[in-house]
Design a protein. Sequence first.
Length: 401
Amino acid sequence: MLSRTERRERAVADALRTLIRDLYLERFGVAPERLDGIDLALTARICPADGWALTFDPPLSEQVSGHIEEAQAAHAVYRPGRVWCFRCESAECDHAAPPSAVSVFRAYTSTGQPEWQDLHQAFIAAQDTRVDRLFADAPELVALVQSGRELRHEQLSSFGRSSKTYSILGQVVAGYFQLPRRAAGRDESRRLAVTFQVVETRGRGGRLEVRLNTIAGVSAGIELDDLFAEAWEPWALRARELAARALAALSERAEAARQAARTEEFQSAMRRVPTVLRRLAEFLERGQRQGRRRTRHVEDRRQEDRRPVHKALDDARAAAAGALYADEKTGTLVVCGPQSRAHVFNVEGRHVTSFVLGPGAVDFRLRTRRWRQATPEEAAALKTRIRGSGASEQSTASGAP
């Protein structure tokens, strides 16, 4: 039989235990099993003259919160480039990183273990028909948005499903990025899939933080941030930075609302996460397409730079009268030389540009009256001017007439 004092001690201990547990769950969710015991040093004042009134300064909830927040901060679970494994209670275990360069995060198992799958399997599982673009002759970068609910649907609450310390709010899986040779190792395909994961965590003081965690199976010694900054087109880095900035602003707004107990405003801020993810996916795909168009443009210019400019004077001097044409639209003269070469000169005998004619190009221009046969006088005048001026071989235009 417990004494009255013992019963009251037990009641006080039970009430305090419940308060501490509820404060922890409110801020951090389910506590990790490996979280060490939390030492509490509480300050209270009793006033016998006021009916034995008991006061806490600071308030009891603030004192308790400070202790549990310090304990939680020492047990930080967020690590850039890796996911938290609730089964091992670590971000350092083998489960916490992609097993290969083409792997993306699939979901948590019931016991909170991260699972991975090849990027194309993610598209197949989502019944997304764009999967064929990954294996086209000219592969396209494609991005798939996935919600946090589908990534946690197998996970049990006792293994982190309700955790606020590390909660996946959604992600974009995208690929394939082209790895530079130094980062590809022995993988000749040089393909890399990337998981852009939005994670809700708690920082020091229990502060809510919404982060963009970029995860990929790169070789040891290779920094993913370096690849974004150096090896890939600026569009990839810009897309990621825009998403990170949007989440930082969202995080500030949500935390301010949480501190002020403005529930509706907090929920409104957090509902912006899917929009950020969709925009990230759109920017990644659009940037790759624009980058490819720029690459084609550069190649076109290279091809154009290989035009037969150096043959312009020789072909003009050797051209027969029937190989000279007048361009009615530009007022220039065109010399057609061997191997389908064509050279354009202005009326002063200055070389304008050179290009290679396609099959039937001369007949088409004559038929559409863009060109006409140059007169003997025009041909003779051009050759005279070329001999007299030593016409420059510097091209002043780039398009074929």
